[in-house]
Write a protein of this length. Sequence first.
Length: 339
Amino acid sequence: MSVRSATHSGSWYSSSSTKLRGQLDAFFEKAKHLKTPLSGPDASKGISGTRVLIGPHAGYAYSGERLAETFNAWDVSKVKRVFLLGPSHHVYFRGYALLSPFDYYETPFGNIPVDTDTIEKLVKLKSKHSSTDRIFKYMSEDIDEDEHSFEMHAPFIYYKGQEAVHGMPKIIPILISAMDERLHDDIVESLLPYMEHEENHFIISSDFCHWGSRFQYTRYLNSIDTTVDTLDRYMVSLGALHKPKELEIYKSIELLDKMALDIATKGSYTEWNNYIKVSGNTICGQKPISIILRLTERYKNSGGTVGQDVFNWIGYSQSNPVKRSSESSVSYASGYIKL
């Protein structure tokens, strides 16, 4: 039995189960009483049919409230397994996605089982574009333990998974790096049969805009009237000595992120890709998001029902309200999809 160690506990979040439970209790209590200015109903005791979640993966001091909002909306009445889609932060690979080699994920609350049977099935799948190419491969244990995309969600999965009718759900961590259209298509084809069954749920691990010179992204919207259609006209690169005039930088970042949220709400895979191409917004989970957008499109085409809004957004925040071009910040959003 192999167990992936909780390598970021004790630094990004508490390694004490008592302290961590107290922190999550407080996050969830606040989430239950949240009055959201964003689209979608208040999350209180889980929203019926919520099988797709999206939340950030920063330290809990930054992302904990957003994660609680996300998981508070989760409908755990039928869940048996969870497909976790996240971006690779430390290694670059192309032509395939990577799956966890472990049997369990450690959390301070206890271990979460990995669905090794489903992973074995996925690893055997071949690309429909090439009879020799595999869609999925196993990642090394070192890659898995270095990556934080999935680990930051694991304690929340365990916390809410204890309420699941069928017991603690099993997880299938899927790590995404470089991805062309062929791989994108293969992954969607591979996961679609699972989306068609209510016992299968999906979680996207993603932060939103990473702004600042250290992220090599300092684009700025110099008009509050900027829309997706006018991004080319109003977007500039903010140099080190530039001071914004009409919009504070953090307001520009928020406007840019809200465009992404609105596109995801509509559920258009094509519009999402075009927005990323034009804006260059450094949304680290942009590829996992695009996979879910295409999946929900295919799900609807095959007779499945999706809520009127595809993505419903609950909360949004930034790590730092940037006012000078020398500063930096990361954005976080919480949301869900009803299927």
